[in-house]
Design a protein around this ligand. Structure first.
Ligand SMILES: [Cu+2]
Length: 121
C-alpha cells in the first residue's frame, strides 16, 4: 500500500510537471511583443490594443534622450534610455482604457507625452 502511494505521488508530480511545461510553452508562444518608441514628445504608437488575460511584452526604446514609461494601472514603470531598449511585461487584467505617460521631464512638451492601453475582451 505504501509503495502504491509512492508511485501515485510520483505520477502526480510528473503529471503536474508536464502540465507546467505545457503551460509555460504556451505562454511563451502567445506572449507577443509590442514595440513602442519614445521621443520628444510622443510615443509611437500612442495607443495599443491588447486582450484581457493575454500577456504581452512591451519593448520600449528611444534615441533622443531619457524618457520614462509609467502605466500605474498595471504597476509598470521603467526608464527608457537612449540606445538601450528595455522590456516590461504587461498582463492586462481589466477591460478599459488606461493611460501611460512619460514621467521623466524631457522638455517643453513633456506634459503631452501620453498614450493609452486599450484592453478588450
Ligand atoms: Cu518626458
Amino acid at each position: 500500500m505504501k509503495i502504491c502511494t509512492g508511485i501515485r505521488s510520483k505520477l502526480i508530480s510528473a503529471l503536474m510537471l508536464f502540465c507546467l511545461l505545457a503551460l509555460t510553452a504556451q505562454a511563451a508562444e502567445t506572449a507577443k511583443t509590442i514595440q513602442i518608441n519614445a521621443k520628444r514628445y510622443e510615443f509611437t504608437p500612442s495607443e495599443i490594443v491588447v486582450k484581457r488575460g493575454v500577456p504581452v511584452v512591451l519593448q520600449l526604446s528611444t534615441e533622443d534622450r531619457s524618457h520614462g514609461f509609467s502605466a500605474p494601472d498595471f504597476d509598470i514603470r521603467t526608464d527608457i534610455l537612449p540606445g538601450k531598449p528595455t522590456e516590461v511585461k504587461l498582463l492586462p487584467t481589466k477591460i478599459g482604457k488606461f493611460d501611460f505617460f512619460c514621467d521623466i521631464f524631457c522638455g517643453s512638451g513633456h506634459e503631452s507625452m501620453l498614450g493609452k492601453i486599450i484592453v478588450i475582451e
